[in-house]
Structures are given as C-alpha cells and as structure tokens.
Design a protein around this ligand. Sequence first.
Ligand code: KG4
Ligand code: ZN
Length: 328
Amino acid sequence: MFVLGIETSCDDTAAAVLLDGRIILSNLVSSQDDVHSPYGGVVPELASRQHVKNILPIVDQAIERAGIGLKDLGGFAVTYGPGLTGSLLVGLSFVKGASYRWGIPYVGVNHLEAHLLAIFLEREVPFPYIALLASGGHTLLYLVRDFSDYLYLGGTRDDAAGEAYDKVAKMMGLGYPGGRVIDQMAKDGDPRAIRFPRARMKSGSYDFSFSGIKTAVWHYLRTHGDAQKIDIAASFQEAVVDMLIAPTMRATKNLSVERVVLTGGVSANSRLRIKMMERAKELGVEAYFPSPALCTDNGAMIALAGHHLLKRGRKDALGLNADADLTL
Ligand code: KG4
Ligand code: ZN
C-alpha cells in the first residue's frame, strides 16, 4: 500500500510517499528557517502562511518523485496534533479536501507517536523499548510496548531541550534554529571548561528541566562575555546531554528494558549520540538512532504511523479537528 504522509505541525512543510510502511519512495521537507530566523523563533502566523504557499508544490513533488499517481494511493496520513493550530489546519484541511475529491481514505496522526516509531523506517526494533523524544517543542520519555501501546514516563517541566539550544543560540547571536550550530561549534570547544549546573529530579522521577541551564548560560554571558564561544557551546551542550541521558538510562535500568530509541530534532546531536552509545554499552543496553533526516520533522514518519492505523481499518471523518494540545 502506498501512503502519502503530510506534516505541517510547526515550521516545516513535509510530504513523503511510503510503500508498505517501510520503503521511502520520496521524503521532502520545505524548511521555513529563513522566514523565522530574524525573530529567533517560530512566528505562528508566518508559519501557517508559508505552509499555504508550500503545501501543493511539496505534495506534487513527493508524488512525482515516488513515480506514482494519486490514484495509486491507499491512503493519506496527516498530523492533526500536537502543534500550532494554524499550521496543523493547513495540512489537515488540504488532506480532507484531497481525500473527499479523490475518494481516498485518510487518517489523522499524532505527531508524537510518529516520532516514537520513526526508527522503523530504517530498521526493526523489538518491543519493548524506552523512547526519548527530544525536539524543539518536546522532551518526553515513553515506554513503547507495541504499536499504539505507549506508557508515559516523564517529560520536561519547563523548556524542551531543543528550545534551550535555540534560546542559548539566540543569546550568543548564532541565529535560529540553534541546535545544529551549537553542535558544530562545540566540536572545537572544551566541554569541561565551564561547569554548568545539571538539574536533578528526585529519585523515581523521569522528568527533565532545562530552564536552569538556560539561565546559567545567560548569567555566564553577562559576567564573562562570549569571547570563549566554543567552550560555552561545548560546556552547555555537555550539560544538556547529561540531563537527557540520566533519566533515560535510569528508566532502562528500573524497568529492565534492554533497548533505547532516540528521536526528535535534538537526537541528531553528535555529542548526544556518542555519549548515549558509550553509556548504553556500559549498561548492556542497545541504543538506536534514526538518521538525522528522520529524527527531525518529516512526512515519512507520519506516513509510517498512518500506515499502521489504515492497516487496522481506521478511516477518519471530515469532522476531525486539529488539536494543538493532543497527548499520547
Ligand atoms: O523535531 P524537530 O525538527 O522539530 C520539532 O521541534 O518538532 O526539532 C527541531 C529542534 C530545534 O530546536 C533544533 O535546534 C534542534 O531540534 N536540533 C538540534 C540539532 N539539530 C536540530 N539540537 C541539537 N543538536 C543538533 N544537531
Ligand atoms: Zn517533531
């Protein structure tokens, strides 16, 4: 079955065609970074206007590159939450219209579920596994027991990990989004140059907190300036990476789970990948990472999650609404 996946929950317009829930025939993303960069963050109204401009060309290209026609599609899959309401509505309305016009079924997909399953686009992972979803909007830890069977373990109490990267990048005048730039700069810096604090939750909690590190960097910059940019970047990153790894590994140990899957934009981070691998090896846990293009928002993961829903016979009605606060 060919499924067309569409993602417009935040600032990327993405479309992909997936065959049989595994084979990516096309996977295109139109980024809006240039539009939002002057503001140091996503401007919701600008994001939805850009989606309106981008959606048709991106979908056309996804279908063309896949070498199929609309009539070959077994279904559409589209993100209906969580995310920015205006952005979600563009993708959802587009898919509803196409579904009605062409008589092809569609399903609404939970963006978080799609991230948790993205690894299956590249390899099989036996259930159960601990999934760490770290992106610009979310930092969440789940026990994934099966398709559609997710146990929430913890989440951030304030900023998401990617948000901390983006805010620190803004303070340092590095532009938006900041994750990739800081990752790159940190490669030349000393991660032990500055000892930024690590938030610790009481034992038994799998929560995260990134507002403290953000404030600590702000104080540092105010008192010392930013002459040592590479060391600040490396030291900040080391603290974030440590704070992501600690609850994740605690969960594998406490719940006796032997596999951990990382996902979301921040899991493209090179230091997180290296350190998580090392820690996992020490604990006899297997760590899995999707390729960076499948960690960040993409249409293929939406098509994948949609494929499983369609296979189970789900078909959404035209009354389905966008849900900005959708949970899993
Ligand atoms: O998953 P994603 O594409 O979008 C959502 O937020 O849903 O994640 C984007 C976030 C941004 O905050 C960006 O700065 C961060 O992921 N990011 C990174 C890296 N690449 C992207 N953070 C750290 N290191 C990276 N290499
Ligand atoms: Zn995302």
